[in-house]
Design a protein around this ligand. Structure first.
Ligand SMILES: C[S@@+](CC[C@H](N)C(=O)[O-])C[C@H]1O[C@@H](n2cnc3c(N)ncnc32)[C@H](O)[C@@H]1O
Length: 280
């Protein structure tokens, strides 16, 4: 357990100080995140640097220039892999993407929000490529370092653990002289465009309009309820009626957004965008 100093300053005050300093140093504002997430991630970083109190950590953050980027890395959890939660991607592959193509024709426009190091948008591009569906993926994330890795497109073989064997060759190729890694094929790279974007801000990324599908998975869980709602409403506004919204396994839209979505029947977090119904 963390010991707080006996004197006065509350944990919330110190955390507010840490977030203010993070805003100053990185330009990113984490005040829209759930307090519990922030506390857990800061404590996780404190363990790594061997600091026991939040006030000492604030001093450390102030005095060590590089610490803000280290904490940024902890605050933005980038756990991901190709074809993560296979049954969702099975449905996308077998039903949703072919269905969208039949309905709208091509090219399909997909937005992958909180794309981490590229595993998710490349998987989506791979499904398009394998099915011969024209289309592109806009992939955005708050973390520039993650996007640099995404643009490199080189992954440990373990990142393919859920990807069906039959799809691997379509999207990935061996790295010469390196057994442990694979790299994304040029055909996939051409379909994915990366852009830095903070989903909690008010501005949308450049070129954000009229999507056939939005994948917003495993980001919502970190955000406060009203920010979840605001970001989802913003996304619904740029998702075409008849398009598809995909959330993470533990995520569900609030009523103000759910009224313009229809869950697909199987147990996944896939929704069809429909004309809004009044909330009862
Ligand atoms: C757990 S990963 C999810 C990756 C992928 N969507 C998946 O489900 O496998 C969460 C990602 O959201 C990004 N993220 C966190 N806060 C964000 C924000 N405010 N705006 C955009 N991306 C954010 C993190 O940097 C991280 O890459």
């Amino acid at each position: 357990m963390l010991a707080l100093p006996a004197e006065s300053v509350s944990e919330a005050d110190v955390i507010a100080g840490i977030l203010a300093l993070m805003r100053e140093r990185t330009g990113y504002d984490f005040s829209s995140y759930r307090a519990q997430t922030i506390r857990r991630r800061i404590r996780n970083r404190m363990i790594s640097v061997g600091i026991h109190t939040l006030t000492d950590y604030l001093v450390h953050l102030k005095s060590v220039e590089t610490e803000a980027l280290e904490l940024l890395d902890r605050l933005t959890v980038k756990v991901s892999h190709f074809y993560r939660n296979a049954h969702t991607f099975d449905m996308l592959r077998e039903e949703v993407l072919p269905g969208l193509y039949r309905r709208f024709g091509g090219p399909l426009r997909i937005w992958s929000v909180g794309c981490a190091r590229g595993e998710e948008p490349y998987t989506l591009a791979l499904l398009l490529e394998a099915a011969g569906i024209p289309g592109t993926v806009l992939a955005t994330d708050i973390d520039e370092a993650a996007l640099r890795a995404a643009r490199r497109g080189i992954y440990l073989r373990d990142a393919l653990r859920e990807l069906p064997e039959s799809l691997i060759g379509t999207g990935l190729e061996p790295v010469p002289g390196d057994e442990r890694h694979v790299r994304v094929r040029p055909a996939l790279r051409r379909r994915v465009h990366f852009q830095v974007h903070d989903v909690t801000g008010t501005a949308l990324p450049l070129g954000t309009t009229d999507f056939h599908m939005i994948s917003y998975r495993n980001v919502l869980i970190y955000l406060q309820r009203e920010v979840q709602e605001r970001t989802l409403l913003q996304m619904r506004a740029v998702l075409r009626d008849g398009g598809c919204l995909c959330l993470g396994e533990a995520e569900w839209p609030p009523p103000s957004v759910a009224c313009s979505l229809s869950p697909l029947p199987q147990r996944s977090r896939l929704f069809e965008a429909i004309a809004a119904e009044p909330i009862a």
